[in-house]
Design a protein around this ligand. Structure first.
Ligand SMILES: [Cu+2]
Length: 147
């Protein structure tokens, strides 16, 4: 029965074609930028240069208080103010109302609950800060020389 044989061959052909597609599909590499960056394996003896650690510190604000109220950091540290409470906070450099001691350190608006503001302190100096919408709520960031 040549017709049956031909039909069988066609079916086998489709099956093989399908298997080939699956194998090919499994080998397709992810688009550039989505996978992990290639790294040298420890066996190769090539150790990738360590990326400089970005220092970060957090000051939480809740119910009129900054925690910590006094923070000592090294120059280059990123400080993030996080509002944990229902009351709004506007972190800004002292002294109210001029805010000129640490230029650029100003959230520029009030942060509601759950919002945050970050600033990188690069200059070695003391940066007193306050809540601009309640200027009696204060704290200080002491920026020391890095290593
Ligand atoms: Cu102010």
């Amino acid at each position: 029965m040549p017709k049956t044989i031909r039909t069988s061959l066609i079916l086998v052909g489709f099956v093989l074609l399908g298997a080939g597609c699956l194998r090919f599909g499994a080998r397709v590499s992810p688009p550039a930028g989505t996978g992990p960056a290639p790294q040298a394996s420890p066996e190769s003896g090539v150790v990738p240069a360590p990326t400089p650690a970005v220092s970060e510190a957090i000051i939480e604000y809740q119910d009129g208080l900054f925690n910590p109220a006094i923070l000592r950091i090294k120059a280059g540290t990123k400080v993030t103010f996080k509002n944990r409470g229902a009351k709004s906070v506007w972190p800004v450099s002292g002294v109210h109302p001029a805010h000129k001691i640490c230029p650029g350190f100003d959230a520029l608006r009030a942060l509601d609950k759950g919002e945050s503001y970050s600033f990188v302190f690069t200059e070695v100096k003391d940066c007193p800060f306050h809540n601009h919408i309640a200027p009696t709520e204060k704290g200080k960031i002491e920026v020391k020389a890095g290593e």
